[in-house]
Ligand binder design. Sequence first.
Ligand SMILES: CCCCCCCCCCCCCCCCCC(=O)SCCNC(=O)CCNC(=O)[C@H](O)C(C)(C)COP(=O)(O)OP(=O)(O)OC[C@H]1O[C@@H](n2cnc3c(N)ncnc32)[C@H](O)[C@@H]1OP(=O)(O)O
Ligand SMILES: Cc1cc2nc3c(=O)[nH]c(=O)nc-3n(C[C@H](O)[C@H](O)[C@H](O)COP(=O)(O)OP(=O)(O)OC[C@H]3O[C@@H](n4cnc5c(N)ncnc54)[C@H](O)[C@@H]3O)c2cc1C
Length: 663
Amino acid sequence: MEGVDYLRDERKKSEFDVEAMKVAWAGSREAFQVSDRMAKLVANDPVFEKFSKPTLGRKEMFKNTLRKAAYAWKLINDLHLTEEEAKWLRHYIDEPNYTDLQWEMFVPALEGQGSEEQKRKWLPLAQTMQIIGTYAQTELAHGSNVQGLETTATFDHETDQFVIHSPTLTSSKWWPGGMAKVATHAIVYARLIIDGHFYGVHGFIVQLRSLEDHSTLPGITVGDIGMKFGHGAYNTMDNGVLRFDRVRIPRNQMLMRVSQVTKEGKYVQSDVPRQLAYGTMVSVRQTIVSDASKALSRAVCIATRYSAIRRQFGSHDGGPETQVIDYKTQQSRLFPLLASAFAFRFVSEWLKSLQTDVKQRLEAKDFSTLPEAHACTAGLKSLTTAATADGIEECRKLCGGHGYLISSGLPELYAYYVPACTYEGENVVMMLQVARFLVKTVSEMSYKQPVGTADYLGRMAPLMHNNCDVQTAEDWLNPSAIVKAFETRAVRMIVDCSQRIAKFENQEEGFAELSTDLVEASLAHCQLIVVSTFIQRLKQEIPGKGVKQSLEVLCYVYALYLLHKHQGDFLATGYLTSKQASLANDQLKTLYSKVRPNAIALVDSFNHTDHYLSSVLGRYDGNVYPKLYEAARKDPLNDSDIADGINQYVQPILKQKLHLAKL
Ligand SMILES: CCCCCCCCCCCCCCCCCC(=O)SCCNC(=O)CCNC(=O)[C@H](O)C(C)(C)COP(=O)(O)OP(=O)(O)OC[C@H]1O[C@@H](n2cnc3c(N)ncnc32)[C@H](O)[C@@H]1OP(=O)(O)O
Ligand SMILES: Cc1cc2nc3c(=O)[nH]c(=O)nc-3n(C[C@H](O)[C@H](O)[C@H](O)COP(=O)(O)OP(=O)(O)OC[C@H]3O[C@@H](n4cnc5c(N)ncnc54)[C@H](O)[C@@H]3O)c2cc1C
């Protein structure tokens, strides 16, 4: 039998309706249709071919990406694609480039932080790509600490302008995507100075390049910061370095929604919180959570299909060897990742709806949910990107030696994905933001009832004293037992930290001293959000034969896997006994055997095309070995029998050996 037959047999074992599961994964039939249409459009167009990418040099690779981005823009216009369709199109092209910054950061920054007048002027230019923008916040010496940025924007009363300046080497903007070679404009974050007074960091729209010939404008020095980790992965992007030598911009190019500077040089704070200036980061963090489920599902799809094809050991009487997916150890590494992909998908949908709600409230000047939205996006960004990056690497290992080949698709995926743990808020720094929110919520509880994702803190008294009543492994198949365990663990960890901080004379010192425990408590809070969201999702109607049941199994796998992984926390907080933790682990093993017959159908439900996966190991048809052989034959080193350099550097050594032998 060949891989093709193995996957065909696997698909026959499925106990649920795969087409209905595709809709559940996508969120709705309409969402499925849009993404499916765009996936096929990209997969079937030779312009978007990407198998040759790993063999291209940096310049060729960059140019190739520009060509694809230009073609994509043409398609978007010619086919009158909607905003949603255009997003999916860019997603499936699967090559980081300047348009990510244009659409995910530049346009949202204008929308979220521009005044009505500024939006009227700049948005149409950006939305029609008459200008191309980037988000220039991070500097050589400061990324996480936004208030520590050094670039200055000094108001000049006489000319009614701001003077943008890089006073030190370390103030050079460093990292912004698309900035080195493409962006014509940037939203530059700088210290606002009026009459020698510092008014905090603000965003300014600065033109970098001529719209006529693309040359850099006077006073601007800009370039690429150099090659990044993983050959093809993120090197299609021109992350840049930028310096300003007293560049002048009109006063009305400071983003003025949150605060304004008048012609007289007066600083006026609007009636909106200053944190709205961080709004672009909040919205992109939500997109990053959604991207995590896509990246993880991609790696899991490759590893699952290959695990069903790969056979090692266990042959009796000349029969076939065991599929590696049947090894319990393989299942215990793979299936929690499969479950995590679904968990992240559902939590990202929930986060999107939270974001929409916050946006509507902000328009009505209701800022009450902003701190929670910030904590949720920061925490979930951190949780999902860390788990996804680790998960992709685990999938590579699950594919054995072949996972190390570029043609497996996994090394490039990892290298593309792993900076998500750093960009848009370094993950530990983000978890500390969650901790601030939680500690503050606890400290305010005497006069303010916690709401939303923190409402369980309001049920602190029972959660501090209850014990788990699970007696059998079956008892763990109960959503309320699971939620209660996660709530109790989180509440006890948060309260413990809060009480210990309170003992310090200086609370900031206490926070710093306990920061490692606080990060763990924040993780416990975020895991509770993901688990609860999954459970809530299952309370909704989910059509299709066996779909809900399969998702229920995955939900329990996700929750009990976390419980097992973090059982130290659960035991230390005294809610569980070691017997109950061990029962959870027993149940987890039973659940793996329920996932097993459905594993291939579950990864088929992601609806990933072979083009998107770009993996010989993860091919839909399972024809792995012939295609691996074919891919290897195509390597440039195999172009000739005798490679360049052999006659020059190897033959002389061989000949010298002959000479020595004669002696
Ligand atoms: C459908 C198809 C889909 C396709 C998918 C395609 C996906 C593509 C994904 C997009 C890829 C885009 C490319 C990647 C680009 C990366 C861009 C970047 O990295 S850009 C660079 C990214 N850089 C970073 O991310 C930098 C990270 N650093 C920071 O964000 C800040 O410096 C800080 C938050 C750490 C500290 O802030 P600081 O002001 O010093 O001080 P404090 O801590 O004292 O906080 C004071 C108060 O403010 C509060 N608050 C804080 N933030 C927020 C907020 N956002 N909101 C609200 N509130 C907030 C905070 O809670 C506190 O409240 P309270 O206690 O007083 O009540
Ligand atoms: C691929 C990529 C693309 C990017 N694109 C952009 C872009 O388009 N625009 C842009 O402006 N920026 C961009 N960035 C920059 C990115 O946003 C920053 O790198 C990120 O915010 C982290 O900041 P940092 O580099 O200063 O890390 P640092 O803060 O220097 O982190 C170093 C270490 O210090 C720790 N640390 C820092 N502060 C604390 C603290 N308070 N407590 C405990 N530990 C701490 C961190 O946990 C980390 O382990 C990009 C980065 C990458 C990698």
